[in-house]
Design a protein around this ligand. Structure first.
Ligand code: PLP
Length: 424
């Protein structure tokens, strides 16, 4: 589904020009949001799906936490500045972005740890069922955490299958299905409501990894009746490197979900310092230890850029930016061996686009060296993220042009012997 923004601003029959893109930027209702970010000059940032850009609000909030709070009020800040409630407070701020109620979400730990926490708690309540099902090719931390859990819990079986085999694999032995809504490599998007209903019809629960959805794709966990969810806050939510993750548990399931990582801050009365663990009510029981306050402060500031944003408007711009990029790159890409590796239909795609190319890593390094920052995902994907709050249509045009020049250069000079760095 093409965005109306793009259709109305130029004729669909000819390729977009740079001029068209400038006109689209003029008419873009989200354009003013770009000023809320600190973007280095000369850079086109197409990696907000991996690490979101710094917001002015995050910087201010961290400064305030350092100076007026930690630096001045010292330990009194836990009460005076309500540091202790940061996990619940930020959970409540993220809730509307995923269609959850404020008391169904909490911010704590990392996405990896939260996957383990939910799966382990679900395993504890699983009854006779012993199987967890997930997708082959899922972002690796999801199956890795589940492999760790399976090694720990006698009799627990982990089944990993291709996407088209999922339905058959979920049976009366399955207590949990773990899926990533938007695929990290291809951006292929599950129909969250349909899959949730399918899983629940088999008597199992579903855990959605929303890392590549939250802040980019409207998600309605309540409408879908989803059971559990987790997700990163350092991608489209711009919380900063290593920002704490969120987790969601549907309200009706909260009382029966007993934490396995039963830390003191998940206790009903942590400052009673009693020997026996008693889980707190609601989502609070899923806190383990002390929250990293500086990281929370950055996320708290960053979340303010979503205030007043209509997620449907944001989604339409995300689709339009992605469609534009695909259209431009496909007008030359095939001649140079660059092939679309994401779904062509916007309705089945998240907010990033991947092109496969045999020399993808070296090409991406070249693009980065000229200020067009995307990333590479093995074995051969050039991945480009489209963040509607700070990207312009003209950036997309310039990025596609840069890619065309690099592909032309690549054809002339041939594959380069670039040494792969540890983070790609
Ligand atoms: C789908 C998905 N889940 C989880 C993670 C990472 O989790 P963590 O923050 O624990 O490293 C990523 C990181 O890119 C991801 O894409």
């Amino acid at each position: 589904m093409a965005s109306p923004d793009i259709q109305t601003s130029r004729q669909a029959s000819r390729p977009a020009t740079r001029q068209d893109c400038l006109a689209l930027d003029e008419a873009d209702p989200l354009a003013p949001r770009r000023q809320m970010f600190q973007l280095p000059p000369g850079v086109i940032y197409l990696d907000g799906n991996s690490l979101g850009a710094l917001t002015h609000a995050a910087e201010r909030r961290v400064q305030q936490t350092l100076g007026a709070e930690w630096g001045t009020d010292l330990i009194k800040s836990w009460n005076a500045h309500d540091w202790i409630e940061l996990p619940a407070r930020l959970g409540a701020r993220i809730a509307p972005l995923v269609g959850a109620a404020p008391d169904e979400t909490i911010v704590c730990d990392s996405t990896s740890v939260n996957i383990f926490k939910i799966a382990a708690a679900a395993a504890r309540a699983r009854g006779e069922r012993h199987r967890i099902v997930t997708e082959l090719g899922n972002f690796p931390t999801d199956p890795y955490m589940l492999q760790g859990l399976a090694a720990l819990v006698p009799g627990l079986e982990l089944v990993c299958v291709e996407r088209d085999q999922l339905e058959g694999a979920i049976d009366e032995q399955t207590f949990l299905v773990v899926l990533t809504h938007v695929h990290y490599a291809t951006a292929e998007m599950f129909d969250l409501a349909t899959l949730t209903a399918q899983v629940q019809a088999k008597g199992a629960r579903i855990l959605w990894d929303l890392s590549h959805s939250v802040g980019a794709v409207p998600v309605d966990l309540a409408a879908a009746g989803a059971d559990f969810a987790v997700g990163c806050s350092y991608k489209y939510l711009n919380g900063g490197p290593g920002a704490p993750a969120f987790m969601y548990v549907r309200r009706e399931l909260q009382a029966d979900l007993q934490p396995v990582l039963s830390g003191w801050l998940g206790h009903a009365r942590p400052f009673d310092f009693i020997d026996e663990y008693v889980p707190a009510a609601g989502m609070t029981r899923h806190r383990c230890g002390t929250p990293p306050v500086l990281a929370f402060a950055a996320l708290e500031g960053a979340l303010s850029v979503f205030e007043g944003v209509d997620m449907q408007v944001l989604r339409r711009k995300s689709e339009a930016l992605s469609e534009l990029f695909i259209e431009l790159v496909e007008s030359f890409g095939a001649d140079f061996g660059a092939v679309l590796a994401s779904p062509r239909s916007a309705a089945q795609r998240g907010s990033h686009v991947s092109f496969a190319h045999p020399d993808g890593y070296a090409l991406m390094q070249q693009l980065i060296s000229r200020g067009i920052i995307g990333d590479f995902r093995a074995p051969n994907l050039l991945r480009f993220g489209f963040t509607p709050l700070y990207l312009r249509y003209v950036d997309v045009w310039d990025a596609a042009q840069g890619l065309r020049e690099e592909l032309q250069r690549w054809r002339t000079v041939g594959p380069s012997a670039v040494v792969r760095q540890s983070v790609t």
